[in-house]
Every structure is written in structure tokens, then in C-alpha cells.
Ligand binder design. Structure first.
Ligand SMILES: *[C@@H]1O[C@H](CO)[C@@H](O)[C@H](O)[C@H]1NC(C)=O
Ligand SMILES: *[C@@H]1O[C@H](CO)[C@@H](O)[C@H](O)[C@H]1NC(C)=O
Ligand SMILES: *[C@@H]1O[C@H](CO)[C@@H](O)[C@H](O)[C@H]1NC(C)=O
Ligand SMILES: *[C@@H]1O[C@H](CO)[C@@H](O)[C@H](O)[C@H]1NC(C)=O
Ligand SMILES: *[C@@H]1O[C@H](CO)[C@@H](O)[C@H](O)[C@H]1NC(C)=O
Ligand SMILES: *[C@@H]1O[C@H](CO)[C@@H](O)[C@H](O)[C@H]1NC(C)=O
Ligand SMILES: *[C@@H]1O[C@H](CO)[C@@H](O)[C@H](O)[C@H]1NC(C)=O
Ligand SMILES: *[C@@H]1O[C@H](CO)[C@@H](O)[C@H](O)[C@H]1NC(C)=O
Length: 902
């Protein structure tokens, strides 16, 4: 085949020797006298890039006049003249005839296909240019303006560099790609690719009359939503707009062959030719992912292929049909959670990194500024959104949408800003709903709520310009001030700009506070959002937080036992309301003494809903990768596995009871071998519960309910969540005289277990977290996993080791380290390697005789094998602290967590 082609090439060159003129015509031009005949020589462009001739595609026997790359080993057809009118025999002739048309005749001289003309020429010729354009023109007239007809205006399935895909605004003619029917039939198939100028230009891929993909409008740099710049390595591309035409096209930057094709199965591909591979390399593929499917997520839905499921609603929108949405039928799209009210004044909220919605019905003005754009949109109630039409140089131009916004993608990269019309109450400036991202599975979150909004100036005045002497507290979120507003005392929680409490937490808190009304919950009076400032205004509770009483030697005397019991009961009722009785069913997740505030009558009020979570319907629990809360109060299943449920709150409540009874903080409780929990458990088992009571209270004569409270506390902190009572049971148990069940062993006896986090221990799986002792197994397992070369036959065989370690009275601080390792070795007799290393590396260590702590750990720290895992380091560091009778301070914990970050 190749040989044959070459032969033909030389044959066609032959006449050049005799006539220059004839030569040029013969190689790239058809004239009224020189025809392209099936079976004869092909014509080829000067420069040798393309050639034209007759061919049969695939397995078809039909003959077509086609154009393909001349100098590559793979026949790649880029254009076909008679794609709809095949010749069924091999005797076609392509001629140029007066007044200037190309005509394809079959063997019996019938016209099979022809071009058109509105003018007539003296001496028409058809020339194949090196760009792949076949042009009909007057012989010798090379002016592009005088071309009568060109194949670039009639593309098939291939867009070559220099072609214009788009619309002539004067004649109304549209140039678009259409796929072949199939491999054997180049007749137009279902798929077409257009540069659609209606509204604002964007490219559109259609199957039949349905849009299946949309590039997004051209924003001056790229198609909105793609990250590609117009500058590629091989070509530059863009959408070009003038008074007379709008088109998409590209230009080559190198000699690399590039083509854009629309395959018969509707896939758009950019290809580059590789000389090395002697083949076409796909450079770009569209559709690229499910989010490329046109309006997959419906109106106001937002597609993100990184998410699962990929469809979500834009912020502040809700599924229009939530049942269908749950079934992954997103076609109904989303609707604003608060309806618009144009007459009362809507606002526009900015959404970033958005692939702009369908612009086919948009209005545009490319010279307007964003401000002018906004003003126009604001004036017309049916204007739904606006944005810059061009993002270059800081943005310019105006795009307006008057219908529902369709086919939006959002992602961390790419995209641009769009401003969407929203009800005024959705705006930070005139309402408090903020940026609350709804969880579609969590029931109704749609009810509107209104809370009073205060000006920054009002609050500044009320708090004496946030003066330092008005500050009454400081949380992780920022300072809390006392103020006086209209004669009423208020507390102002000011979210500091560097706060770890993000917008979600802030909004959570607003929403929950507004919806929750109970005498044991702190009441919110309003909020204030201005610029970067976010503040919550609460009722002022003069007695501050519970921890300032119970953990303070002097203040604790204020709270006698009846008051403490009253407080325990109040918290229990507040929590019961959250868990069971409120509309929302909420898990607080950060219950602790300093989140309990006391009013002037020492009534407790639960505060700080920043990290609360809605309970999911039909489900008492959920899992999170982000464990938040306060160490010392976290239930083991939450701290270790990120599993939280109402029972995690119950656990924290149990700790709170023990703290209120004992006047000791679980976090700061210092005892050689256990924390407050362990201490309470020990006393309880020995029947000496009453000794847990705050020393100061032991003298008072009336202490009913103390042992009952301790027992309830211990029931609440049992290791297995299912064993813990619900809050309604707790309330009942506290207030009745009935016999209480016997508490089982508490979970979380060691404080440092509370830091362990599933993300940091990815290989961790425990069959049942409720069987005692597995925490240690897990530690040993990890220890071994992280220290290559060590093996333990069956590391998870029993939990006795931990029981021994924790509960055996013989084990005391001084002997901890030693005994731990003795047991460890005994437990794992198959550890000769470790043993040998141990003694070889540390010959001076008098292991058998002494149980002095410290040196063993020092050794472990420097041991290279053990250092392999930061986990080991982590564990032993904590262990070390414990041995030295100290609780790691929170910054040490932070440091350690940072160290263990992979
Ligand atoms: C044809 O291709 C070969 C190798 O790919 C190259 O060396 C040669 O210059 C090309 N000729 C033309 C006319 O492009
Ligand atoms: C040429 O086309 C005419 C009309 O379509 C048809 O009748 C005739 O058979 C064709 N001749 C050949 C050789 O295909
Ligand atoms: C030729 O042009 C006329 C008028 O411009 C048009 O009606 C006709 O359909 C065209 N024919 C072809 C084959 O393009
Ligand atoms: C929501 O659904 C209703 C009825 O199914 C429909 O009329 C309305 O247009 C939809 N809203 C949006 C934004 O799609
Ligand atoms: C576009 O906006 C500019 C500046 O605001 C204005 O002068 C011009 O008339 C507008 N053009 C159209 C078509 O509205
Ligand atoms: C709002 O815009 C729509 C669409 O451009 C237009 O039909 C309507 O007349 C405009 N309404 C007003 C009050 O300008
Ligand atoms: C959600 O709210 C709607 C209307 O307020 C109500 O009809 C529906 O029953 C509610 N659904 C749930 C799960 O509460
Ligand atoms: C608060 O600050 C503002 C501006 O900084 C100042 O004008 C005003 O007098 C201050 N008010 C008080 C009560 O200090």
C-alpha cells in the first residue's frame, strides 16, 4: 500500500519536470481540466501535510472522496466530501465546473454530490491547502476574502487547526461537527458539537437534540469550570467573538499534528500525533467524568466528582424532592431553603469555584463592571444570578441569568465566582443563618428561623468597646464579654478571626440555640455579623461556669450537696431534652464542666453547641473522621474510632457526675495508677463510694443520693455504649429509690488512650470494643506492627494483661515500667529477637533485679527499631509522663499529635 502511494506520488511529480504551472495544479489543485478520478493519482497539499483521494472506510465497499494526513503511517481521514452520498462503484470523478462548483459524478455521469455558489468565476479551481482546507476560488487569486467555497465551512467529525466552529451572525450559517454513524459509515450520526452563541458563547455536545455536555461559557482564559488555560503546549484555543461571527477554534504552536474529533459514540477527543509511537495519542477526553453529564444534579444542584455521591445542593439550597434525592435521582434539583422575596429586598451571595451555569438564555454585556452588573440584576426580580463574563485582569463584563441555574460544577480548583439571588435572611448582613451546610439525611432542616440581629456598634457600646475589663472568659473560639444592652445583662461571645471554630460551628450554634428552648440550656438573644466579626449574644449568667466552682477550693464551698445534686439533675434534664425531646435530637459532643453555666440561683444551663451534631434519623450513632471534644470527657469508642452517639454524651455526663461529686477534675486528677474514673471504680468495687465525695462535703450531715449519683455516674461511663443508660433512664434513676444495676468496668481508664485516634491508627480493628483489655492488645499490636522484625504469635488473644496492669494492687507507679515489660515478654514468648536485642544493646541494664523506671524507657527511645514508628514514640512518651506522675499538658499532646501526623 505504502509502496503504491509512493509510486503515485512520484508519478504525479513527473509532469513537473516539464511544466511548473502544470506541476502546481497537478499536485494540489483540481481544475476544469484536471480531475480527481478514482483509481488515479491523489492530490496533495503543497507542503505535504494532507492529501485527497477516493477511499472506502472500515469494512464498507462504498467509495468516498476524502482527505487525510499524507505523511503518516495511519490513514486518518479528516474530511469527506460526499459523506451522505456514497458512490457504490469505483468510477467516481471529482470535477470543478463553471460557474465555480465542485461536482462529484458517478460512473454514468450523474451528479452525486456538489458544492454551491452564489457567484460565478472565470476560471474556477479547487485547491487543497496545507491546512487541510479545500477551497474553490478563481485561479491565481489567493486572497482569502475571495474564496467561493471551503471545506472548513463543512466539517465532518474533525476540527482542524484554523477551522471556525460557530456561527456567522450575518448569514446565520452554523458550522458544527457531527460524528460518523459508525466506523463504516461516515454519514452524520447522532452526536454533534457546537459553539453555541445564544445567550453567551459556550460549546455544547449534543446527542440528537439533547445536550449531553456543556463546556461552560468562555471566560477569556478558558471554559468556565476547567482549569486549562488557553495556552497548551501544542496549541492555543479560544472562543472568538466579533460583530459578524462567534466561533471556537485553535491554532498550532508547533509542528505537532493535532486534531479534535467527535467519535461516533459521542466522545470528544483531542489527539496529537507521536512520531516515536507512530500513533495518535489522546490528549483530552470529554465527557471526562459523571459531572460532565449535562445538568446531572438538576437546577441549583452542584456536581463535584470528588464527592460521593457527586451531587449536592448549592449552599443554602435543599433538594427539591428529598426522597428522590436519597434514591440518587437528582433530576429534580434543589430549591432555596428560604424563598425569595424580591419586594422586601433580596441579596446576592457569592459562590466560588463554580463552573458557570448554562448561559444559553443569559444576557451579557462585555463592557460593564461587576457593580453595574449587580445593579441591573438587582432591579429585575427575575434575574437569578450575575457574574463577570471575563475573568482576565481582575474581571470584567456582565452575565445575567433569568432562569433556574443549570449544570453547575463546583470544585476546589478552577471555576469562578457567581453571585446568586437569595432571600435577605440568608445573608450574613441581615440575618443569622450563615453558611450552614445541611446534611441531607438528617430530617428537616428547612424551617426558617429569625433571631434578632444587632449592629456591631450596638454591641461595641454595650461592651465598652470590648474592653478588657469586661472580658469574662476565653474559649477556644475567642473571648466572652459581659455587656449591658437596654438595661439587660448580656454575654457576648466574639468569634476571633483566628478561632478554630469555623463558620459551620458558628452557624450550628446559632441554629441549635434558636431551635432549642429548655430551662437547662443557655438562651440566645441574638447575633451580630458584620464583615469579619461574628458574635453571639446570650443571656448573662452571673455565676459563670461550673468548673470555677467545683474545682476551686474556696468556691466549692458555695455548692453544698443539695445544690450539686440539683445541678446534676438539671444537666441530666437538659441533656435528655437534647437527646430525646427537642425537635432536632442533638448530640452535644462537648459536654464538660466549663460548658455548664450557672444562673443566679445556681440552676445549670448547658452551653456551647458549636460542635453539636444532629442525630441521624433511624440511627443512634454516626462515625466521623474528625474527633472533636475535650480530652478527659471523650468516650473510648469516640476517641478511638470516631464513633459518636447519644451514648458518647452519656459518657461525658458520667464523668461530669463524678467530677461534681468529688470536686476533682478527671483531667487533672493525679494519682499514680489511675485517673478519677479509675479511682471511683476502685472505691465503688470496694464498697467505699462515699469516700469519693468532696472532702469538704463529707462533714455535712445530709448526703442522700451521693452513692446513687456515683453509681449512676459509673453506669454512664461503662466501656460498652450499649451498657450505658439513656438520659431519660438516668433522670429516672437519679430521682427514684429503686435498686440500681451494678456498674461494669468503665471505659477509658487511662487518660492517654483518649488521644488515640482512628486516623492515626489506620490498621486498627477491634472485633468488639466492649471486651475489656483490648486496648492494651491494640497497643501491643501496634507496637509490634510499627517495629518491623518483631512478631507476636497471637497478639489479641486475651485481655487479662490490661486487667492485671490496671487493677492489680501490686502494680504501683514505681514498678509500672518494669512489670509492663515483664508481662509483655511473658505474654509473647516468641520474641527472642526483641529479648536478644534488648540485652545486647543494653547490657548495663540490670533488668532482673530492679524495677526502676526511666532507664528502660530511655533505652527504648534510642532503640533504632522502635523508633521506626512514630507511634511507638508517641506511646512511650505518654507512658513516660505517666510513670513520672504527670499528666501531659495539652500543648504536649498537640506536639505529640503533630509528631505522629503522617
Ligand atoms: C514525513 O515524515 C517523516 C518522518 O515522520 C519526516 O522525516 C519527513 O520530513 C516528513 N515529510 C514531510 C514532507 O512532512
Ligand atoms: C449514478 O447515479 C444514478 C442516479 O443516482 C444511478 O441511476 C446510476 O446507476 C449510478 N451509476 C453508477 C455507475 O453507480
Ligand atoms: C445552494 O444554495 C442555495 C441558496 O443559497 C440553497 O438553497 C441550497 O440549499 C444550496 N445547496 C446546497 C447543496 O448547499
Ligand atoms: C421543584 O419541584 C416542583 C414540582 O416538582 C417544580 O415545579 C419546581 O420547578 C422545582 N423547582 C426547581 C428549582 O427545580
Ligand atoms: C453595555 O454597557 C455599557 C456600559 O455600561 C453601555 O454603554 C452599553 O450601552 C451596554 N451595551 C448594551 C448592548 O447594553
Ligand atoms: C426582567 O428581565 C426579563 C428578561 O430579560 C425581561 O423579560 C423583563 O421584562 C424584565 N423585567 C423588568 C421589570 O425589567
Ligand atoms: C419536613 O417538613 C415538611 C413541611 O414542613 C413536613 O411535611 C414533613 O413531614 C417534614 N419531614 C420530617 C421528616 O419531619
Ligand atoms: C469606642 O471606639 C470608637 C472608635 O474607636 C470611639 O469613637 C468611641 O468613643 C469608643 N467608645 C468608648 C465608650 O470607648
Amino acid at each position: 500500500m505504502k509502496a503504491l502511494l509512493r509510486e503515485r506520488f512520484y508519478l504525479s511529480l513527473l509532469p513537473c519536470l516539464y511544466s511548473i504551472h502544470f506541476c502546481l495544479s497537478a499536485t494540489d489543485t483540481i481544475t476544469t481540466t484536471y480531475f480527481l478520478r478514482d483509481g488515479d493519482a491523489n492530490i496533495a497539499s503543497t507542503g505535504g501535510t494532507f492529501e485527497m483521494g477516493f477511499f472506502s472506510p472500515g469494512n464498507s465497499e462504498n467509495r468516498y472522496v476524502g482527505m487525510w494526513y499524507k505523511n503518516i503511517s495511519v490513514r486518518t481521514v479528516v474530511w469527506i466530501a460526499n459523506r451522505e452520498a456514497p458512490l457504490i462503484s469505483g468510477s467516481g470523478i471529482l470535477k470543478v465546473i463553471k460557474p465555480g462548483i465542485l461536482v462529484l459524478f458517478n460512473g454514468t455521469n450523474n451528479v452525486v454530490w456538489s458544492t454551491n455558489t452564489s457567484r460565478s468565476l472565470q476560471n474556477p479551481v479547487a485547491q487543497l491547502l496545507n491546512s487541510g482546507n479545500l477551497v474553490v476560488k478563481e485561479a491565481g487569486d489567493d486572497s482569502p476574502g475571495n474564496i467561493l467555497w471551503q471545506s472548513f465551512d463543512h466539517p465532518t467529525d474533525t476540527l482542524l487547526a484554523g477551522m471556525k466552529l460557530g456561527k456567522n451572525l450575518v448569514t446565520g450559517r452554523e458550522v458544527y461537527l457531527s460524528s460518523w454513524k459508525n466506523e463504516d459509515d461516515p454519514a452524520p450520526g447522532d452526536s454533534t458539537y457546537h459553539c453555541d452563541p445564544s445567550g453567551f458563547p459556550q460549546n455544547i455536545l449534543k446527542k440528537g437534540s439533547n445536550v449531553v455536555y456543556r463546556s461552560g461559557p468562555w471566560n477569556g482564559r478558558s471554559f468556565s469550570g476547567t482549569q486549562n488555560s488557553r495556552e497548551g503546549p501544542f496549541y492555543t484555543y479560544g472562543v472568538y467573538t466579533s460583530k459578524t461571527e462567534v466561533y471556537f477554534g485553535y491554532k498550532l504552536k508547533s509542528s505537532v499534528r493535532v486534531r479534535l474529533t467527535l467519535s461516533y459514540n459521542g466522545v470528544l477527543q483531542v489527539w496529537t500525533w507521536s512520531d516515536g509511537d507512530q500513533g495518535w495519542v489522546p490528549f483530552l477526553l470529554i465527557p471526562g467524568d459523571s459531572c460532565d453529564m449535562y445538568k446531572l444534579c438538576g437546577a441549583y444542584g452542584s456536581c463535584n466528582s470528588q464527592d460521593s455521591p457527586e451531587c449536592g445542593c448549592l449552599d443554602k439550597f435543599m433538594p427539591n424532592n428529598s426522597d428522590a434525592w436519597k434514591r440518587r435521582d437528582w433530576s429534580g434539583g434543589c430549591a432555596r431553603r428560604t424563598e425569595l422575596n424580591c419586594l422586601q429586598g433580596d441579596v446576592f451571595l457569592k459562590y466560588s469555584h463554580v463552573k458557570l451555569p448554562d448561559t444559553r438564555n443569559s444576557w451579557s454585556n462585555v463592557t460593564m463592571t461587576l457593580e453595574e452588573c449587580k445593579n441591573i440584576c438587582a432591579k429585575n426580580c427575575s434575574c437569578m444570578a450575575y457574574s463577570n463574563s471575563d475573568i482576565l485582569n481582575g474581571g470584567s463584563g456582565c452575565l445575567l441569568w433569568f432562569q433556574d441555574l443549570l449544570d453547575i460544577r463546583q470544585g476546589p480548583n478552577g471555576g469562578q465566582d457567581i453571585y446568586i439571588r437569595m432571600a435577605a435572611s440568608e445573608s450574613g448582613r441581615s440575618g443569622c443563618s450563615g453558611n450552614y451546610k445541611m446534611n441531607y439525611n438528617s430530617g428537616n432542616c428547612s424551617e426558617e428561623f429569625e433571631i434578632p440581629l444587632f449592629d456591631l456598634s450596638t454591641i461595641a457600646k454595650a461592651t465598652n468597646n470590648f474592653s478588657i475589663d469586661r472580658q469574662i472568659g476565653e474559649g477556644g473560639f475567642g473571648p466572652v464579654y459581659k455587656g449591658i444592652l437596654e438595661g439587660q445583662e448580656i454575654a457576648v461571645k466574639r468569634l476571633s478571626r483566628t478561632s478554630t471554630q469555623g463558620e459551620t460551628e458558628f452557624t450550628n450554634e446559632v441554629i441549635y440555640n434558636v431551635k432549642l428552648k429548655h430551662r437547662n440550656l443557655v438562651k440566645i438573644l441574638g447575633c451580630c455579623i458584620e464583615g469579619e466579626e461574628k458574635m453571639l449574644i446570650y443571656e448573662y449568667l452571673p455565676n459563670g461556669s461550673l468548673d470555677s466552682f467545683i474545682f476551686d477550693d474556696a468556691q466549692s464551698k458555695v455548692l453544698d450537696w443539695p445544690k450539686r445534686f440539683h445541678i446534676i439533675n438539671g444537666i441530666a434534664r437538659g441533656l435528655m431534652y437534647l437527646h430525646q425531646d427537642s425537635q432536632l435530637r442533638i448530640i452535644h459532643r462537648d459536654l464538660k464542666a466549663n460548658n455548664i453555666l450557672l444562673d443566679k440561683d445556681m440552676n445549670p444551663k448547658i452551653s456551647d453547641f458549636g460542635i453539636a451534631k444532629l442525630c441521624e434519623e433511624n440511627d443512634i450513632g454516626a462515625k466521623t473522621n474528625r474527633v472533636v471534644g475535650t480530652y478527659g470527657y471523650l468516650s473510648p469508642e469516640y476517641a478511638l474510632h470516631g464513633r459518636y452517639s447519644v451514648k458518647s454524651d452519656v459518657f461525658s455526663f458520667g464523668i461530669l457526675i463524678l467530677e461534681i461529686v468529688s470536686g476533682k477534675s478527671n483531667r487533672r486528677f493525679s494519682h499514680p495508677d489511675h485517673n478519677l474514673l479509675g479511682h471511683a471504680w476502685k472505691l465503688y468495687k470496694e464498697g467505699r463510694s462515699i469516700e469519693l465525695l468532696d472532702e469538704y462535703l463529707r462533714n455535712s450531715c445530709s448526703t442522700p443520693h451521693v452513692e446513687r449519683s456515683i453509681c449512676v455516674g459509673l453506669l454512664c461511663v461503662q466501656e460498652c455504649p450499649e451498657d450505658r443508660p439513656s438520659m431519660s433512664t438516668v433522670v429516672m434513676m437519679l430521682n427514684n429509690e429503686g435498686v440500681l444495676p451494678k456498674a461494669k468496668r468503665p471505659g477509658g481508664l487511662l487518660n492517654f488512650f483518649f488521644f488515640l485516634h482512628p486516623v492515626r491508627a489506620p490498621r486498627l480493628t477491634i472485633p468488639s470494643p466492649c471486651s475489656s483489655g483490648e486496648l492494651l492488645d491494640l497497643l501491643l499490636l501496634h507496637f509490634v506492627l510499627q517495629a518491623p522484625g518483631l512478631t507476636i504469635p497471637s497478639p489479641c488473644s486475651s485481655g487479662r494483661l490490661l486487667d492485671l496492669l490496671l487493677l492489680h494492687p501490686v502494680l504501683q507507679a514505681g514498678s509500672w515500667t518494669c512489670n509492663f515489660f515483664t508481662l509483655f515478654f511473658r505474654r509473647a514468648p516468641g520474641l527472642p529477637f526483641f529479648f536478644t536485642l534488648f540485652f545486647r544493646r543494653a547490657p548495663e541494664l540490670p533488668f532482673s533485679s530492679q524495677c526502676s523506671s526511666g532507664r528502660l524507657l530511655d533505652f527504648l527511645f534510642i532503640h533504632p527499631v522502635l523508633q521506626a514508628g512514630s507511634w511507638t514514640f508517641f506511646f512511650f512518651t505518654l507512658f513516660f509522663w505517666r510513670v513520672h506522675d504527670r499528666d501531659p499538658s495539652s500543648d504536649v499532646v498537640t506536639m505529640l499529635l503533630a509528631l505522629t501526623e503522617v
